[in-house]
Design a protein around this ligand. Sequence first.
Ligand code: HEC
Length: 170
Amino acid sequence: MNILVSLWRGLGATALLVAIVLPHSAYAQNVADNINPVGSVCMADQPCVGATAGDAGSRAMPAASTAAVAEVVEDAAEMAAEVATEGAAAVSDFDPAGVYQMNCFACHGTGAAGAPMLGDSEAWDARMEKGMEAVMANAINGVGAMPARGICMSCSDDELQQVVEYMLAQ
Ligand code: HEC
């Protein structure tokens, strides 16, 4: 009787142990998968691969990861397009006088390098004789000591034209 009881207990303990350990290890695997570093990819029945710091050995990207990267790049492109649209909408906020001060004044406010000076209507009239289009082409591409875009690299052609019109109006 005593033997049976201890055998029963033994079996019970083993069953209990199995019941605890088995789901636990599956659970532990799930947790490990969930807390994997971003960028690592886990495929069913395969060890996880990914870009863990110092884990250069497993950098080869499986197809799933490449697709994920492509998606991220696509998202970024979409975001950039949105920002560009917002930027275009903000054109009305463009401040020609401010851009003149920032980018053009150094030469056109001083006559440096022979730049036609702000307010020197004679000098500007002479330049405008060839027509606005030719003047703008020079402003955009640069001419002589005049640097391309008057170094306002973020200015669009249209914005540059607004700055030139501001200068002509002085
Ligand atoms: C580094 C000096 C410098 C800066 C900065 C500069 N310019 Fe000029 N710019 C010149 C010089 C010099 C000329 C005369 C070039 C020539 O005809 O040889 C000139 C000429 C021009 C002309 C007349 C072009 C023509 O066809 O006669 C325009 C328009 C002009 N600049 C616009 C601008 C605007 C707008 C900015 C600022 C966004 C700017 N420039 C910034 C030096 C500068």
